[in-house]
Each structure stands twice: as structure tokens, then as C-alpha cells.
Design a protein around this ligand. Sequence first.
Ligand SMILES: [Zn+2]
Length: 265
Amino acid sequence: MNAIYTWGVARALDGRVVLRIEDHDRIRSRPEFVEALLEDLDWLGFTCDEGRRPLLRQSDRDGIYTEALETLRTRGRIYACDCSRTEIGGERYAGRCRVRALPERPGIGLRVQIDPGPVHAIDLMRGAIEQVPAEQCGDVLIKDRDGNWTYQFAAAVDDWRQGITLVIRGADLESSTGRQVVLAGMLGRREPAIFLHHPLIVDARGQKLSKSAGDTGVRELRAQGVPAAEVIGAAAYAVGLISAATPVQAAHVSSLFELTSPSLG
Ligand SMILES: [Zn+2]
């Protein structure tokens, strides 16, 4: 469970926890899921230092992303792209629209040209990360054809603008790191964030439990009368943080981590 790592590591490093609702995609993000997630965090006892009241939502930050897009234009090359996911077929975009000079208009996406070469980042658990975004994903999509800011862009902008020094997230997002570091650099961020990609809790079929779908398992356990500390303890045990499923209070999750990093301010 992401909250155990986020609060545990942040508190172990004397850091602050900043909440952000990633509802950049208005079609796929449902307000009831956000409500359920916040209620679960409250019930478990995880308190944010920032971003909760008022709630920081990406859907309220259109002006900030528009401004960041203009910054990118001055430092890199932005171009319009009308390719569909089916046409691209896979994760890597080969750059078909780079030379097409399509006009920017509603119904068309925007990409930023990415330089070839490796990008480096630090992962607190796994060590040095080296990725080559130009080969992994090609030119990064900034805004999709439906007019939504993309996750990659919104996250890079917010991490920079909110002064996030440590990004704690699941291992499934590790492949996004290089492209987000590149975007942040193009936006003018001088010190890139440090990352921590934690193992995921998977269900019996080996599928990742999706927090966006409210499928944390917390609801069900709570309804069955399981105390919060037992839910946290079971999750910590499931990812191997403790050797037995003993209860852990939210306020004590930092004791599950022994991390020191002088480079985190
Ligand atoms: Zn294209």
C-alpha cells in the first residue's frame, strides 16, 4: 500500500507529506473514488501536511499547466500530433508528426521533442536509474487529443511547482521516471527529484490492486470490523516490511523504515 511507504519514508526522513489528486483526465477520474480514498486515509490515520484543505486537484490547475506549456515552447520544440494510440501501436512514438507541421487546434494532441541519450535519476531503494526516454517512449505527449493534460506532464509540472524532493510511488511507474526528469529539466527545474519505487501488493491472480478504482481492500476489511492498525499491519506484511502480520498504527509506520539521505532537504 502506497500510504505506508509515503508516510513511513517521509516521516523517517523528517519530511512532509503533500497530497495531490491526480485527476488530470476528467473522463477517467471519478469524484467518488477520490472521496473514498480520502475517507480511507482518514480512517487509517494518515494525515497530510499539505494539499488536503484546500484539496489540491490537478483539475483545478489548468492555468499552471498552460503556463508550463508556454515555458516548454521557449526551451524545446512543441508540435501537434493527431496519431491515435492504435496508429502508434505500443509505447514508443516514432515521431511521425515532427515534420508534418499540423496546426494546433481542438481535437489534436501536443508533443514535445525529446533529445536522444540517457537520463539519470536516483532511487532510494534501488540505487541509480538510467533510462533513455527517446527510445522508451519517444517524444512525450503533453496534451492528448481530448484536450486532457497527460499524467507525465502534469506530474512533472506539479512535482516541480510543489517543490517535491522525494517522489514515492509504485514500481509500476518506474518507467515514467526518465521522461519526467527530462520534462522537469526542460521546465527549468535545476535539482531533479529523488525517487522511491516500492513493490506493489498484488491480488491472488497477480494483478496489481488499483487504488484509483477504490480497490484498496480497506473498505471491505473496515466493513468486516477489522481495526485500522491490523489493516496497515497486513499490508506491511504483504510487501515484506515486517516478518509477521502484527498491528501497526499509522503514526508508527516510520519505524518500518531505516533510511537516511543527506541529499533530501
Ligand atoms: Zn503523430
